[in-house]
Write a protein that binds this ligand. Sequence first.
Ligand SMILES: [Fe+2]
Length: 241
Amino acid sequence: MKFEEAIMNIGYTDAYHSGVVQVVILRMTYMSIVNYSYLIVDHINNQAVIVDPAWDMRKVDQALKKTKTILSGILLTHSHPDHVHLARPLSRKYNCPIWMSNEEITYSGFYDQQLKGIDNTPWSVGQIQIEPLLTPGHTPGGMCYLIGNSLFTGDTLFAEGCGLCPDIKGAHSMYDSIEFLKKKIMPETLIFPGHSYGKSPGQIFSQILKNNIYLQFKNKNDFTAYRLRKGQNKLSFFDFQ
Ligand SMILES: [Fe+2]
């Protein structure tokens, strides 16, 4: 098998361009679980950061090799195991920092020598300008990352729904986070969630604004009643609707 074909097999799809910054979509699987990790590539400085790496180190290594980049950091949207699974081993392997919100670190107790707590202060890795947006609800310290015209949403926002909330407080926070994103994010922004439930990653926000039921609620109580309705599997990290 040629390398190009192997890359296709690992989910290396057509990249989305934002100036000199590219997004490489990595579809990661473990048994029946599917997560999306994203390699964000700076082609000027030949470095990259990765969002929520999980399950398949080989795919990360191959994507770095294919893009001729060195891994310079790991962005975590939240602390659930299917999002942080490869953070520590990748940090060791490439000697790079792991970023997570201060709130999520406090909530989860996640620790690593290379872990750096962040607030909402933007920073840059070469050409990659990262704006962290605190969006609690699924977890108390959930973070989205706005990079160029792309928003990496973890389990806060999916194309087809939003993340499960553990209780009323969480659902209230999720409503506020969604309202915040509706005001903050430009309609042409591309949305890269941690999971897909039908639509491919990289949907345009204007479409999600129209089609995602969780973005249609006009008040917090109606949203909360729907988000916490009976019949959902709250034990699953991956049940979303
Ligand atoms: Fe999660």
